[in-house]
Write a protein that binds this ligand. Structure first.
Ligand code: GTP
Ligand code: MG
Length: 197
């Protein structure tokens, strides 16, 4: 899919502030620092469109970016950020759960997973919550440039095995590097396909 325009639209601190034009949304979620904002910049080929930081907790609001005047990419705050208040620690903030459970315009949610790590409880817990609420989602394994392809494949296989302990079928899975711009076409073609059907 060709991206001819990518425009920041609004930052929202609650669901009621999100756009009301009803355009379909594809959202990115995952642990703090996993690379959500970087992936928005890579997919749109607009460096600096979404704010990136090496310090976790950079994105605190829901950010909508209008693509080709037809759909939105949505950058969400990360979960599992250690330096937040006690009752948020290790949990998913109300903003995130509100968005993924209630946002009618959301067509599909990409859950970003750090490809360097063994399966993490917080990600598996989040995915279980998505299952309980029937949220359509896929997995994107990020930062694949940081290690060999074999290592990435082996970590992805571990994650799949872990999921198969509780899930009967696996969601769509992608691997990306925002640094090397790999996986871009796979993700954009998937979105294009969702928009056509
Ligand atoms: P929060 O908004 O804090 O939840 O983080 P985020 O998930 O939006 O992560 P962000 O895109 O801000 O990236 C976090 C750090 O990881 C930054 O230092 C990025 O440069 C780096 N990073 C993100 N993606 C990649 C990647 O594919 N490869 C490499 N090498 N670094 C990456
Ligand atoms: Mg961010």
């Amino acid at each position: 899919m060709h991206i001819s325009s990518a425009v920041f639209t609004v930052s929202s601190q609650k669901l009621s502030q999100c756009p009301t034009d009803g355009l379909p949304e594809f959202a990115l979620i995952g642990r703090s620092n996993v690379g959500k904002s970087s992936l928005i910049n890579m997919l749109t080929d607009r460096p600096g469109l979404a704010k990136v930081s090496s310090t976790p907790g950079k994105t605190r609001l829901i950010n909508h970016f209008k693509i080709n005047a037809k759909w939105y990419l949505v950058d969400l705050p990360g979960y599992g950020y250690a330096r937040v208040s006690k009752n948020q620690r290790g949990e998913f903030s109300k903003l995130i759960t509100d968005y993924v459970q209630k946002r009618e315009a959301m067509v599909f949610l990409f859950v970003l997973i750090d490809s360097r790590l063994d399966p993490q409880k917080i990600d598996l817990d989040f995915i279980r919550m998505l299952g309980e609420h029937g949220v359509p989602f896929g997995l994107i394994f990020t930062k694949c440039d940081k290690q060999s392809d074999d290592r990435t494949s082996s970590n992805m296989a571990k994650f799949r095995r872990k999921m198969l302990e509780t899930w009967e079928e696996l969601p769509p899975v992608f691997r990306t590097s925002s640094e090397k711009k790999t996986g871009r076409d796979d993700v954009l073609d998937f979105i294009g396909h969702c928009l056509e059907t």
